[in-house]
Design a protein around this ligand. Sequence first.
Ligand SMILES: [Zn+2]
Length: 198
Amino acid sequence: MFHPLHTFNYCPVCGAEAFAVRNEKAKQCAVCGFVYYLNPSASVACFIRNAGGELLLVRRAKEPARGTLDLPGGFADMHETAEEAVCREVKEETGLEINNCRYLFSLPNIYPYMGFDVHTLDLFFECKVDNFDGVKASDDAAGIVVLPPSELNPADFGLQSIQKAVRIYPSSLPDIPLSVCCTIGMAQLSAPGATGEI
Ligand SMILES: [Zn+2]
């Protein structure tokens, strides 16, 4: 397995070629001492449901996994919260303005981009709207797909973490009204008795 910084051959501070592996996620310059740690980039994805329970999905316009299904979402920008990233990305890709969302769970992922493996931490959210009137694919989305959760097929989703999330989502949060569980996370959901079973 390659070091995650294997394509970074020169020190970004002094330009020396003596930019050597320090540990599994860092390189250090032997000339000026600069250490660079590679940490995962935060990204968000959102399960958006209408009043009838249907989900709003997008078809990916770009590589990786171009043409496959995806949840609306993307990378968080610097200085914004994950919730702000959800609202911005959903608006950019679907035109939909959302005013509620709650955190569900997270999954690590690797997003290959221009020959570099971007390690991400994908944060999954859920949001509810009255309807999908006026939605229109744009930006990273080539099309809009609306499906009931029962017709979700993980194999139709090209990104690995999204596939996993689609598998987890229907079984983890079936019918819990958004208004009463805004702070529920995976740990609580998987705790004994959390589903109401005794
Ligand atoms: Zn240096």
